[in-house]
Design a protein around this ligand. Structure first.
Ligand code: MN
Length: 289
């Protein structure tokens, strides 16, 4: 069993606002040119205090096609509405797994009551690519509440692993995925140890949400950084140096061409043109302001 070596520990790039509600650090594909397929994009909303406001901050109606958006809330609460009629609130600890596939319109706002009081806000949004055969499939929506999340207690009161997708030591996550993907939250107590094992070719990284950890017995990663691994070896050893929360990502690369324009992620330029044309013709459905 070979150790999966660290490629680099990346600091959070300068943040930007998405609408007026999401202050995010785009680790990839903008901030760093790293190979993380099938994870195409990661916006990390580091912890921020929002003041109280009557009209919730957020981002208005916009389309997506060709991939999935996965939103994971750590602090605060996010309200979602989309053109398939689905809506929901992502509270701290919850995950929303939205499959845009052939097209969806949605809007993402701070949840009303959170907005009224303000307070801490911290989240991650991932864009997970879909293989060509599924890009024009039916849109979908999976809401995974913290209370029902598959989880496994670590030995010696080390903490726990919440399995969002894929599996960890025989425990399978709730999210259905189109390609092999593992997504976990590790919530570790000081001194807690975790061993991970992913195939060598899987693109793998750790988003440090909170705390600090030692990885593979040598390098130290702090909150707000991303630990990116090389595509060699299979084993990762983590020890928490303080109470830590880590978003763990590993997936089999999708070996297909990428054509990306704004909120569309396809294989060819012609498919992007088609997406724009379909969007302009109202084929992504309807959503009330
Ligand atoms: Mn969106």
């Amino acid at each position: 069993m070979e150790i999966k070596q660290i490629a680099s520990i990346l600091k959070a790039p300068a943040p930007h606002m998405v609408g007026d509600g999401f202050r995010v650090h785009n680790f990839f594909p903008g901030g760093y040119k790293i190979e993380m397929s099938p994870f195409f994009l990661m916006d990390y909303g580091s912890k921020i205090e929002f003041s109280a406001r009557k009209n919730p901050r957020g981002v208005g109606i916009h389309p997506h096609r060709g991939f999935e958006t996965v939103t994971i809330a750590y602090h605060g609460a996010i309200a979602h509405h989309d053109s398939t009629g689905k809506s929901g609130i992502i509270y701290a600890g919850d995950v929303q797994w939205m499959t845009a596939a052939r097209g969806i319109l949605h809007k993402e706002y701070h949840e009303e009551n959170y907005s009224l009081t303000g307070g801490s806000f911290q989240m991650v949004q991932l864009w997970i690519n879909l293989p060509s055969k599924d890009k024009m499939g039916k849109p979908g929506y999976q809401s995974i509440k913290k209370a029902e999340m598959a989880n496994i207690e670590l030995p010696d009161q080390g903490g726990k692993i919440e399995v969002i997708a894929g599996n960890y030591q025989g425990i399978t996550g709730n999210a259905n995925t189109f390609t092999p993907i593992h997504v976990y939250n590790a919530r570790l107590n000081k001194g807690g140890k975790v061993n991970l094992s992913f195939p060598a070719n899987y693109n793998t990284g750790l988003m440090m949400i909170e705390g600090e950890i030692e990885v593979n017995g040598k390098e130290i990663a702090h909150a707000d950084s991303f630990v990116h691994f090389q595509n060699n070896g299979t084993e990762i050893e983590i020890e928490a140096l303080s109470h830590s929360v880590i978003l763990i990502l590993s997936g089999e690369p999708i070996d297909e061409p990428i054509a990306h324009y704004g909120p569309f992620l396809m294989n060819t330029a012609a498919e992007i043109q088609q997406a724009l044309s379909d969007y302009n013709q109202g084929k992504f459905g309807y959503l009330e302001e």
